[in-house]
Design a protein around this ligand. Structure first.
Ligand code: NAI
Ligand code: MG
Length: 365
């Protein structure tokens, strides 16, 4: 086992932001696994800098992050994020104070959410095994329903009014569609489903559909179909095999990807990447799940979502071999039945982590 990376191997600098609840538990597990992988393979080095940006910090200082947070993050090659949200802070404060405060200014406009049924685990869908559900959801991550436009007036009155304005720009739609077509094109089926709601939402969503059609002409080898978001939930449940790559707005994909994770077995396995495809800014990698107050501190959080997140991070950094090795190790451990209770097992976070570490060692030994 090489103790240091081979000469010429690149060392990556990763900003770790565990934040709240089980975020700290799963990011710790992720860091241990990545360190072992780096030591075992010797093909890349990895260093972590920990940031204590969290709801605790907010409660003490009134700020989730310092003023120069984005400059600090820009020094790193990537960001590994846990989850943000605390029972005594309103969710819109925590989300906008940390996660969106990073994704939006760093223009991480493509949110990518692969979903598969891992070997040894079970979908709640009847007759749906590994291979029958293999999707990549591409979520627009910079505008749409989460653009933050709107306001409240007449607060506390019976005629109180609030608006939440969805923003759709040709620029924003074009870049996410190009990204989604490219993801679809690289997958064997070359099939992209564009999710919309242009029957009821006749402005932004119609522009969304029109730009999808225009961009699609640049990718004649990709088959495109369009689904209204409500019907999409039905298709995901009834015909999971008919889907491959999916592109949807910020809100729609947020909801559909939680459904996707549940259909694949558990929210505890699902990874997500917030990418700046221009690579001008570091991209951010995180499990889909939140801070899970109900299981925080119990040592039973499923670390697989964070491990799979690390797989995605390594692939983005160009470490394909390490990425594939880690995914294989995760699959082997799931197959062997060492899983946490969300997947029907009895293992702790630590036991799953140790099993993945053992597997990495054995695969290389
Ligand atoms: P959640 O994802 O934290 O939990 C939903 C359910 O899934 C809970 O029963 C939880 O125990 C279970 N679960 C989640 N991750 C798990 C794991 N790794 N292993 C085993 N079980 C797991 O969503 P919830 O309850 O809606 O939100 C809790 C807090 O997290 C809120 O403050 C919310 O705003 C925040 N949140 C933050 C996100 C982020 O930082 N990206 C994403 C979603 C929610
Ligand atoms: Mg969500």
């Amino acid at each position: 086992m090489a103790a240091v990376p081979l000469s010429g191997a690149k060392t990556y600098s990763i900003a770790a932001i565990p934040a709240d609840g089980i975020g700290a538990e799963v990011v710790d597990a992720g860091i241990s696994v990545l360190r072992v992988l780096s030591r075992t393979l010797g093909t890349f080095g990895i260093e972590f800098e920990n940031y204590d940006w969290s709801s605790e910090r907010y409660k003490k200082t009134g700020q989730y992050m310092p003023d120069d947070a984005l400059d600090q993050l820009r020094k790193h090659d990537a960001i590994l994020f846990g989850a943000v949200g605390a029972p005594d802070v309103p969710d819109h404060i925590s989300l906008w104070g940390l996660r969106l405060a990073i994704c939006q200014p760093l223009q991480q406009y493509a949110n990518v959410r692969p979903t598969r049924i891992l070997p040894g685990t079970q979908s709640p869908l009847r007759r749906c095994g590994p291979g029958d559900l293999d999707w990549v959801i591409v979520r627009e991550n910079s505008e749409g329903e989460y653009a933050g436009q709107g306001g409240r007036s007449h607060v506390g009155q019976a005629w109180e009014t609030a608006t939440e304005v969805s923003i759709f720009t040709r620029h924003g739609i074009t870049r996410i569609m190009r990204f989604a077509f490219e993801v679809a094109q690289k997958r064997p089926r070359k099939l992209l489903t564009v999710v919309s709601k242009s029957n009821a939402q006749r402005n932004g969503m119609v522009l969304w559909d029109e730009v999808a059609t225009e961009v699609g002409q640049e990718y004649p080898d990709v088959t495109v179909d369009k689904m209204l978001v409500d019907a999409m939930t039905v298709r995901m449940v009834e015909k999971p095999k008919s889907l491959d790559t999916i592109v949807a707005t910020n809100l729609h994909a947020d909801i559909l990807s939680d459904l996707a994770a549940a259909l694949a077995g558990s929210i505890g396995i699902a990874p997500t990447s917030n990418l700046d495809p221009t690579r001008q800014n570091p991209s951010m990698f995180e499990p889909i799940h939140g801070s899970a107050f109900d299981i925080t501190g119990k040592g039973i959080a499923n670390p697989v979502a964070t491990f799979w997140t690390a797989v995605e991070m390594l692939a983005w950094l160009g470490e394909q071999e390490a990425s594939e090795k880690l995914m294989k190790a995760i699959e082997k451990v799931c197959e062997s039945g060492i899983t946490t209770c969300d997947l029907g097992g009895t293992a702790t976070t630590k036991q799953v982590t140790e099993a993945v570490i053992r597997e990495i060692g054995e695969a290389s030994g």
